[in-house]
Design a binder for this molecule. Structure first.
Ligand code: HEM
Length: 489
């Protein structure tokens, strides 16, 4: 008890210290509008989410000078103007490295030291080259079709029952990622009653990694607390599982003759590394593959959930999309190819509009320029300050997007150059999303097959019809939203 009181006392002291600093932003940033610190804290206390925080950014008129500054245990500049964002994102990754993670925290232990998401400099460049080759081979829809068919079989047992769409799409996404990364069956779609082993352990680890208290006060991770001990044993178990999958795949690959048949990232990495005369240890492979899982898991499951939400919300849009899918693919799923997916113009517009309103990575991971960065003749970002690109604000700029908060997929049918230019949910430049093409293909297949089999609707008396409630997570994540899937007659 005394221990906890002591801890709370320290934390309050630190909080007070930080609050005092808020009133003194660096002088050279004075001209940038500031998000109200106190309103921000109130959102935290009320257990609000990203939506409320982004609304605070709006109060700062983000389009006036295209920058907003935000204090949260340190200052960060948010770029909210597309031209500045393009300039910043096109800069060499060497000059705007990602902010290093504090060592020995659950976050850095989980991501590992060598993965692409956390690397900078030459190590990142080499990984990017090898990973790009591996990703090029993944663009075959057959694996996604196979997983989505398992998903449909599972849903058939749960028709006309309210189901939380995020937990459902997480199962589907991890099943697909298991096959994409390791050619491994995660057994995530066998039943809704049981939590698959991998998802269970992954989600528990994620709760540790995302604990804001432990992020703000990293020294807490070094104490012999029950939760730290639990995290250590979880991560050991997780790494053992990943290494087992790697070993199993290595063994399979050593027996297989036709390399071109293998579209999983692990076999792609090993092959590409061979060409580059680079030898991966299992520990390095673990870091790379875990980074791909992290990059692809929450992003895609959030996106699929939000698309399903909008289809349920707007039955006319749902019908129009279904009619298109039937016209392009017929009523059977067995002839989905990369070619005919291109003809799903309306469905693609729905996905793009959903990613505009709710870009799953709403903020770029923070960067720290290694030298002063000129955004214009008059605006220079000082060296060493945290900078992010706020995709959410760029995607809702009312000067570009008519009825910016409304879901209007039609804006992406024959879009203007300006619209194309302002849509950047996968980021742009040298560190843009490596999974963009795979993810767009994946979302099209999943939504097309779901439309062919089910009608989506809200349960009677459903809440959240107007706005999607979001958690506080850095990556967007909807809170619980139930949908009903009814078998199409
Ligand atoms: C809707 C789905 C997705 C969205 C919106 C998305 C968005 C993004 C964004 C914004 C970045 C840049 C992050 C930064 O630099 O701060 C990124 C990077 C990345 N994404 Fe995605 N992503 C998605 C799905 C995927 C999938 C399915 C994979 C792979 C399985 C993937 C793999 C990666 C990788 C490896 C990077 C790091 C690239 C680098 O640092 O060079 N992403 N993604």
């Amino acid at each position: 008890m005394t221990y906890w009181l002591y801890l709370i006392f320290i934390i309050f002291n630190l909080l007070f210290y930080f609050i005092c600093r808020v009133n003194k932003p660096p002088k050279e940033l004075d001209f940038i509008p500031t998000v109200s610190f106190f309103k921000d804290i109130l959102i935290l206390l009320r257990n609000g989410g990203q939506l409320e925080t982004q609304n605070l950014f709006r109060e700062c008129d983000p389009n006036k000078i295209g920058l907003v500054k935000h204090y949260f245990f340190g200052w960060t500049i948010h770029i909210t103007n597309i031209e500045y964002a393009k300039l910043f994102l096109s800069e060499s990754a060497h000059n705007i490295p990602k902010t290093e993670m504090p060592p020995k925290t659950p976050l850095s232990i989980f991501y590992g030291k060598k993965g692409i998401l956390v690397s900078n400099g030459d190590r990142w460049m080499q990984q990017r080259k090898i990973a790009s080759l591996a990703f090029n081979r993944t663009l075959r829809p057959d694996m996604v079709v196979e997983c989505t068919n398992e998903f449909i079989t599972l849903l058939n047992k749960w028709t006309d029952t309210p189901i939380d769409i995020l937990s459902l799409s997480k199962r589907l996404t991890i099943q697909i990622l298991g096959k994409l990364a390791f050619a491994y069956d995660m057994k995530a779609l066998d039943s809704l009653e049981e939590q698959p082993y991998f998802l269970d352990i992954y989600n528990k680890i994620f709760q540790h990694v995302n604990n804001p208290f432990f992020m703000i006060f990293p020294f807490l991770n070094l104490l012999a607390l029950k939760r730290n001990i639990e995290f250590s044993s979880l991560i050991k178990e997780f790494n053992k599982f990943i290494l087992k999958m790697i070993e199993q795949r290595r063994l399979e690959l050593s027996k297989e003759k036709n390399e071109n048949e293998n579209t999983d990232l692990l076999s792609g990495l090993l092959e590409a590394a061979n060409h580059e005369e680079y030898n991966y240890t299992n520990k390095e492979l673990r870091d790379h593959l875990v980074n791909y899982l992290i990059a692809g898991y929450d992003t895609t499951s959030t996106s699929i959930s939000i698309i399903l939400y909008y289809l349920a919300k707007y039955p006319d849009i749902q019908k129009k999309a279904r009619d298109e899918v039937i016209k392009v693919l017929g009523s059977a799923s067995n002839f989905i190819t990369s070619e005919n997916l291109k003809d799903l113009k309306y469905l693609t517009a729905i996905i793009m509009e959903s990613l505009r309103l709710y870009p799953p990575a709403a903020l770029l991971v923070y960067r720290k320029p290694t030298k002063p960065f000129n955004l214009s003749e008059n605006i220079t970002i000082p060296k060493g300050i945290s900078v992010t690109v706020n995709f959410w604000q760029i995607h809702r700029n009312p000067d570009i997007w008519n009825d910016a908060d409304k879901f209007i997929p039609e804006r992406f049918i024959n879009p203007t150059k300006e619209i194309e230019n302002n849509w950047i949910p996968f980021s742009i430049g040298p560190r843009n999303c490596l999974g963009q093409n795979f993810s767009m293909m994946e979302q099209k297949v999943v939504i097309a097959l779901t439309l062919l089999n089910f009608e989506m609707s809200f349960p009677p008396n459903a809440k959240h019809l107007d706005e999607i409630p979001l958690t506080k997570n850095f990556l967007l994540q909807p809170k619980k939203i139930d949908l009903i899937f009814s078998k199409l007659k």
